[in-house]
Design a protein around this ligand. Structure first.
Ligand code: PHE
Length: 340
């Protein structure tokens, strides 16, 4: 090998790299292997020439030759892998007669299905569906709903605050105010949507949940109308023979106020585990719109009356489908979701 051993080795390596790059079959790669690494190949000749060099040049030439050997071996291996892979790929030819692969299809979440079903029932009773933002002003979540600052009942609607005046709504009652501020009576709306409260998660609670709000305002709307609407709703949702009852309660934005129960759809009122053997299950809260709320939105409280109600969507879905754990709705487990 000449004195410029390293330079010459590099030239040989470059040439081999170019040739191997063009090799497109295992045979061609083998041909290259023989040419460079074979017994009578380029590398053998180089090694054979080293003893004929002047002694002081031999170590450098030997090093260059060894390095070249490693390079060539690696290149041949790499080229071998490459052509093998390509030949393998050629076996998988496209067959247009095979049936297509079905893409995995999702479907509507059980909570969204419940919201749809609830909305359909109220639409059939002449209600339209309204929406409001999830990040709200204090005014809509509290103040206009007759819950001034420092009022103790703020505790009942435990709230995530964003700033002093902004929060994640803890109830859909916000949409009552937004609706009334934007239109004169008569009003007949429902408002399904997400709500947030810093609750510890368990089988019945989570920090995010859904409610559906209802509001009807007109001249001469009575508590009897409220009872009729919710009774029809429960009947449509569960069964023809479902009973509804109203228990006295308190909400700052309704007067009088009530908790609404229906006979347990699981046992039809005879008592079972679902209803803790009482035969009744709570659907939500309701009442006649408090005159202070009408004042806040500029409605004439002498002329108009109205009712409002709010129910938990998860609760309704759990009753309807016999689901025992609230958290299942939010875990995204397809084994659960596929059942709906
Ligand atoms: N917003 C109340 C709650 O979250 C429910 C309710 C709505 C009560 C409308 C009365 C009227 O508990």
């Amino acid at each position: 090998m000449a004195p410029e051993a390293a330079e010459q080795a590099e030239q040989i390596a470059n040439e081999a790299r170019a040739l191997l790059f063009r090799a497109s079959s295992a045979d061609q790669v083998e041909e290259m292997r023989v040419r460079y690494l074979g017994r009578k190949g380029v590398l053998s000749r180089i090694f054979a020439s080293i003893p004929r060099l002047p002694p002081e040049q031999r170590p450098a030439a030997g090093q260059a030759a060894n390095r070249l050997k490693r390079q060539l071996t690696a290149m041949v291996q790499e080229a071998g892998r490459r052509v093998k892979q390509r030949e393998g790929a050629r076996l998988f030819t496209f067959d247009p007669t095979l049936p297509g692969r079905r893409p995995p299809m999702g479907h509507v979440h059980p909570l969204a299905q419940t919201i749809e079903e609830v909305s359909d029932i109220f639409r059939s009773l002449g209600f339209t569906v309204a929406e409001g933002p999830e990040v709200e002003l204090d005014w809509y979540n509290f103040e206009a709903l007759n819950i001034p600052p420092e009022h103790p009942s703020r505790d009942d609607f435990d709230t995530f605050y964003v700033t002093d005046r902004m929060l994640l709504r803890s109830q859909t009652s916000t949409v009552q105010i937004r609706t009334m501020e934007s239109q004169p009576p008569p009003v007949r709306v429902i408002a399904p949507g997400r709500c947030f409260r810093p609750d510890t998660e368990d089988a019945r609670h989570g920090s995010m949940f859904h409610q559906v709000e209802g509001l009807m305002v007109d001249e001469g709307v009575s508590f009897g109308d409220l009872k009729a609407v919710l009774h029809i709703f429960a009947r449509e949702l569960f069964a023809d023979d479902v009973q509804v009852r109203f228990r006295p309660s308190f909400f700052p934005f309704t007067e009088p106020s009530a908790e609404v129960d229906c006979t347990c759809p699981a046992c039809r009122g005879s008592g079972c585990r679902t209803c803790s053997y009482s035969g009744w299950l709570e659907l939500g809260g309701a009442g006649m719109v408090d005159p202070n709320v009408f004042k806040a939105v500029g409605y004439d409280a002498e002329r108009y009356t109205g009712f409002a109600f709010g129910m938990g969507i998860e609760r309704i879905a759990m009753l309807k489908y016999g689901i025992e754990d609230f958290r299942l709705f939010y875990q995204g487990d397809v084994r659960f979701l596929r059942q709906f």
